[in-house]
Design a binder for this molecule. Structure first.
Ligand SMILES: Cc1cc2nc3c(=O)[nH]c(=O)nc-3n(C[C@H](O)[C@H](O)[C@H](O)COP(=O)(O)OP(=O)(O)OC[C@H]3O[C@@H](n4cnc5c(N)ncnc54)[C@H](O)[C@@H]3O)c2cc1C
Ligand code: SF4
Length: 295
């Protein structure tokens, strides 16, 4: 399969809504699409990574209004177990049409819940819109704290925005300071589970998006499924996005493809190395589990 997955169209876009532009990480694609889907009754709630009591620690939550979506906008570079709520959303929250946003692994988990619903009765047909965000790697909260406080010398509570791009982890504070750490130092902080991940651009989402490929403040958007296509066309017809032809923007799709290829090649090597990680007493290789193969 292509490293970018199957898609019907790829566009560079940003939200036309100024409030969303201010709060969003990149082009505000996720917040705008969920707000539109809520308004149109395509979904009746969305599972997002909302704010919690600790600065920059996400808390999975079910939101049903644009205000709540805005409060959850932006990237929190640490694990937010959004899937935790996927069953509950259809139970105590009473949703019949669930929207969910997640990293590629979370999109995979969502699809797996739909196809192999172990302990997930009556969930699959209630998943109405799956939005994916690109992801190269993720960090534990402690790792994020170490990067922000030790490497970038900023207090977590003083940070307004964090961003990864152009080879740097950048922290913007409320008082206007900008601190950076070269990404080459991030390696030891990466979640070990991310080293076997073979998806960069959320191949299984209805629509997936990330910053790479597009100019600052814009997003690269893959419209993948029929459902994604219908939602995207509806949002475009409602005038919710400004768009540019992907072929006209810099650095463009080639960079997305390059990074996806690098991630998959590097991580495929890790998956392969697990086959001969240890030694049995008879001297033959002892494998660690490979989640992509039947044991
Ligand atoms: C760990 C991580 C690594 C990433 N790496 C890349 C990358 O390498 N290249 C790239 O182009 N983009 C990457 N992204 C995606 C990028 O940072 C933006 O999330 C994406 O472009 C969407 O921006 P937006 O303006 O459309 O979304 P917004 O409108 O700002 O909405 C973002 C949505 O994502 C949800 N969210 C925030 N943090 C998390 C989280 N940790 N887990 C699940 N959901 C979350 C929010 O609740 C919100 O609903 C990464 C994101 C994460 C979380
Ligand atoms: S790198 Fe893969 S496993 Fe790690 S958080 Fe991102 S999508 Fe999930």
């Amino acid at each position: 399969m292509d490293v970018l997955g199957n898609y019907k169209s790829v566009i560079s876009a940003r939200s036309a809504d100024k409030d969303i532009q201010k709060k969003a990480q990149d082009g505000g694609i996720v917040t705008t699409l969920f707000a539109y889907a809520l308004e149109e009754g395509i979904i009746d709630g969305a599972i997002v990574a909302g704010p919690s009591d600790e600065p920059w620690k996400p808390k999975p939550m079910v939101v049903t209004t644009k205000e709540e979506l805005l409060a959850a906008a932006g990237t929190r570079y640490t694990i937010s177990p959004n899937l935790q709520l996927i069953k509950e959303a259809t139970r105590s929250y009473g949703l019949d049409r669930v929207g969910i946003v997640g990293t590629p692994c979370q999109v995979q988990a969502t699809r797996k819940c739909q196809l192999y619903p172990i302990g997930m009765r009556d969930v699959d047909d209630k998943i109405a819109l799956v939005l994916g965000i690109y992801c190269m790697e993720n960090l534990s909260y402690q790792a994020l704290e170490a990067i922000v406080e030790d490497h970038c010398n900023q207090k977590m509570e003083s940070v307004k925005k964090m961003d990864i791009g152009k080879g740097k982890f950048t922290v913007y504070t409320e008082r206007g300071a900008v601190s950076q750490m070269p990404l080459k130092y991030i390696h030891k902080y990466v979640q070990p589970g991310c080293h076997v991940c073979l998806d960069y651009v959320a191949n299984l989402a209805d629509i997936s998006t990330g910053s790479v490929g597009s100019p600052d403040g814009w997003s690269t958007v893959f419209v993948r499924s029929n459902k994604g296509n219908a939602v995207w066309d509806g949002a475009m017809a409602a005038g919710l996005f400004e768009t540019k032809d992907m072929a006209d923007v810099k650095p463009g799709l080639d960079l997305v493809k390059k990074l996806a290829t690098e991630k998959i090649t590097k991580n495929q090597k890790h998956v392969d190395e697990r086959k001969s990680f240890g030694l049995k007493s008879d001297g033959t290789p002892k494998a660690l589990r490979n989640p992509y193969e039947t044991p």
